[in-house]
Design a protein around this ligand. Structure first.
Ligand code: FMN
Length: 367
């Protein structure tokens, strides 16, 4: 195992370098948690691979003066369309956990979405950044507890509520099972008392007993009525759920398959984005995550209908490699890659990226 870095070496220039470094620094327990996908990890691999079947074209004589990467969501301006996805238990890879990520978000003026399974308190995290924070909720069986958490996020100035719907139970991640993954002492979902066991382990005698306490659309409707925050539904992989989100007047959706960690053999996130974007037809913003490693991936996701993208595993690789510095550098790399790609593709701003013509591999069928 290598030591965590306190500087950025010359051979650390892209997100894949971070992954390589991080894998030599993380212990086997954390590695099994962060680097695993469900089942045969088909979706996990495909999320990233799918981007290499989509191609760009150059437009290099456009007038790009005044170029910028700003976007607007729910009346708030965000400096870049690159957000930090909710990722649980960040203390697994860095003693400062989510606080370090918040510091990086602050340094890079980036929106961070804090997991309800974060290993630092919401109070602490919010005191380390001036950049916008969103709060992600896994709905717990005790609705009062959900409302208390949401109220706390509202009081602390969080700007949006993200409800994750694609992980009602933990996915079957064989890599984790084989490594006998467990949370080490000092790492816990500190913001939640009596954590819902469905999301901790699969230790119900009869798995289907869990269904008695799983959330449904009624809970989403109830929460929407009981918060002032914009409500974003995360984990949309179908047109029908996107339409339902619009029907319930939710404020946005995140097209995501949870990094391939829940149900295996879902298509890559980018493969399902176009048909969802077509159905949504601009009625609400679409955020996107899954496999983003390059600025060109961000261009492709926006060209296919996303308003902004989120990164998940790359946060953990940045944190594991060099703490807050690593996450800030990861964000800087992605932002610069996006800006370079905008110049090559002739896009002055994010709106223009939406007009880009993409080229698809002949043998490649989009869903
Ligand atoms: C280790 C790990 C923990 C995660 N924890 C959460 C979580 O607590 N809440 C959530 O909504 N999504 C969680 N996700 C999913 C991410 O928010 C995001 O959807 C996904 O990581 C994006 O794909 P990427 O890792 O390829 O960027 C987690 C993902 C990973 C890899």
């Amino acid at each position: 195992m290598n030591e965590k870095l306190n500087f950025i070496p010359n051979d650390l220039v892209c997100l894949k370098d971070y992954e390589r470094y991080a894998k030599k620094i993380m212990d086997l327990n954390s590695l099994a948690y962060v680097c695993s996908g469900a089942g045969d990890e088909v979706t996990f691999r495909r999320n990233e691979e799918a981007f290499s079947n989509i191609f760009l074209e150059t437009n290099t004589l456009e007038d790009l003066k005044g170029a910028n990467t700003k976007i607007e969501l729910f009346g708030q301006t965000y400096e870049t369309p690159i957000f930090l996805a909710p990722v649980a238990y960040q203390k697994l890879v860095d003693v400062n956990g989510e606080i370090a990520t918040a510091q990086a978000a602050n340094a890079m003026n980036t929106c961070m979405c804090v997991s309800s399974f974060s290993s630092c308190t919401l109070e602490d995290i919010s005191s380390y950044t001036n950049s916008p924070l969103w709060f992600q909720l896994y709905i717990q069986p005790d609705m009062n507890m959900n409302l208390e958490l949401i109220k706390k996020a509202e009081t602390l100035g969080f700007k949006a509520l993200v409800i994750t719907i694609d992980a009602p139970i933990s996915g079957l991640r064989n890599t984790e099972q084989k490594a006998e993954f467990c949370l080490p002492q000092g790492v816990s979902a500190i913001n939640i008392e009596n954590l819902n066991p469905t999301q901790m382990t699969n230790n119900f005698e009869n798995i289907l007993d869990i269904t008695k306490i799983l959330p449904t659309w009624k809970d989403i409707e109830f929460i929407k009525k009981n918060t002032k925050l914009p409500v974003i539904l995360k984990g949309i992989t179908s047109v029908s759920y996107a339409k339902k989100a619009i029907e319930l007047e939710l404020d946005a959706i995140v097209v995501s398959n949870h990094a391939g960690r829940t149900l295996d053999t879902l298509p890559a996130s980018i493969e399902i984005l176009p048909k969802i974007a077509k159905a949504v037809n601009g009625k609400i913003p679409i955020l996107f995550d899954g496999g983003i490693k390059r600025g060109t991936d961000i261009i492709k996701a926006i060209a296919m209908g996303a308003s902004a993208v989120m990164i998940g595993r790359p946060i953990m690789y940045g944190l594991a490699t060099a703490g807050a510095l690593g996450v800030a550098h990861t964000l800087k790399i992605l932002k610069e890659e996006l800006e370079v790609s905008m110049i090559f593709t002739g896009c002055k701003d994010i709106e223009q990226i939406k007009e880009i013509e993409l080229i698809f591999n002949n043998n490649y069928q989009l869903h």
